[in-house]
Design a protein around this ligand. Structure first.
Ligand code: NIG
Ligand code: FE
Length: 377
């Protein structure tokens, strides 16, 4: 057994027990084996001088990494005033279906390398740019090469070939497509958005989610992104682990979340890249709602893999303190994935550790855009 001692920690964020003065850690076989004052550290086989802040690796609980194609022109058009309504997803579906497996795998691998280099430990990856049975299954198979947190999003939008037959597509998604996809996914998700002609209304979303639950999948929802809607309340009613976006909420939505175990996952990169109002994270926290921060990395509404960027926006634009934003990007993400073993530094848990080239965690928001975060091990 080989044990590594980590010292030189200017600040240790555990999201668990308070850190001792001059803290040190021992990691053995990928597991946190000991936490205590450096002066009391037991012997180890090797030593790392962190020379910075050590924190739990970010948990990015919402991404759509399996795609090909480029929508930078759509982004540029939005910056001059065009509205986002989900219509551009069709462009990505076409490009993704045309890519061969090796190319798609390489694209995902490059994106995963990019996010890991910025301090993310575990990522959730959705399908949703195949929108037919073989391409959805392929996306999930490729996603599963990179994470156990795979999500079936056949109900992203109604694809072009079903434009005149929504009911036919719904039957496909909750029938044969779900049956083939379920063995490759942990979660099912739906873009519940009556404000988009391409996405799904409350009753359609309910039908998809309940079919997914019957197939053994756990539930997540895209809700209340483009305007008020039923997504948040549906997610709470069905006991979803997370409802993501939460940009347009009324008091009843906030009350429903506050009385539930459903996490509100906020995705400020989407508001940044669609020029939309940011969700009111302060209101949610003050009401007692558990929140997470994630990237939503996708080619349409936010092509960023950077959790530090999300933290900086959450502080500057959404009313969170740097400490609250960091918690939401680590422990909050873990709870959104119902993973008790992630998002904190605790003896016995896997050692997903991130180091910041900074004296304390406030620098994550204080120095936006600066590449401070990297994997410690
Ligand atoms: O989470 N809202 C739906 N899906 C993605 C965007 C997908 C796209 O535009 O390609 C999102 O914002
Ligand atoms: Fe998304």
């Amino acid at each position: 057994m080989s044990a590594t001692l980590i010292t030189g920690i200017t600040e240790l964020i555990t999201n668990d027990q308070p850190a001792p003065a001059d803290p040190a850690l021992i990691v053995s076989e990928g597991i946190v084996a000991w936490i205590g004052p450096a002066a009391d550290a037991p012997p180890a086989d090797s030593r790392i001088d962190a020379d910075g802040t050590v924190l739990p690796a970010f948990v990015d609980s919402h991404s759509h990494l399996v795609f090909d194609g480029d929508r930078s022109a759509e982004f540029a058009a939005r910056m001059t005033g065009r509205r986002y309504d989900g219509g551009g997803i069709a462009t990505t579906v076409e490009a993704t279906r045309s890519a061969d497996d090796d190319r798609l795998r390489e694209l995902v691998a490059a994106r995963v390398a990019e996010l890991r280099a910025q301090g993310t430990g575990v990522i959730e990856i959705k399908s949703g740019y195949g929108l037919n049975t073989p391409d959805e299954v392929r996306a999930l198979r490729i996603a599963a090469e990179f994470t156990t947190e795979t999500t079936f999003l056949g109900a992203h939008v109604v694809p072009a070939e079903y434009a005149g037959d929504r009911a036919g597509y719904l039957d496909l998604v909750r029938g044969p497509m779900l049956e083939r996809a379920a063995p490759h996914a942990r979660w099912i998700d739906v873009f519940c958005e009556p404000n988009s002609p391409h996405a799904f209304d409350g009753e359609e979303s309910r039908a998809i989610l309940t079919a997914g639950r019957d197939a053994g999948l756990e539930l997540r929802v895209h809700g209340n992104q483009l305007g008020p809607g039923p997504g948040v309340r549906l997610a709470v009613e069905l006991g979803a682990a997370s409802v993501d976006h939460c940009t347009f909420l009324d008091d009843a939505d906030v009350d429903a979340l506050a009385g539930s175990s459903t996490v509100a996952t906020l995705l400020p990169g989407v508001e940044f890249s669609t020029r939309s109002p940011y969700p009111d994270a302060r209101r949610l926290l003050d009401a007692g709602v558990t929140i997470a921060l994630a990237t939503d990395c996708n080619p349409g509404t936010c092509y960023s893999t950077s959790m530090p960027f999300m933290i900086a926006m959450a502080v500057r634009e959404m009313g969170l303190t740097p400490t609250e934003a960091l918690w939401a990007a680590t422990r909050g993400g873990a709870l959104a994935l119902r993973r008790d073993d992630l998002g904190r530094i605790r003896v016995g848990d896997p050692a997903y550790l991130t180091v910041l080239d900074a004296p304390n965690h406030l620098h994550l928001a204080y120095r936006p855009g600066v590449p401070l975060a990297r994997p410690l091990l």
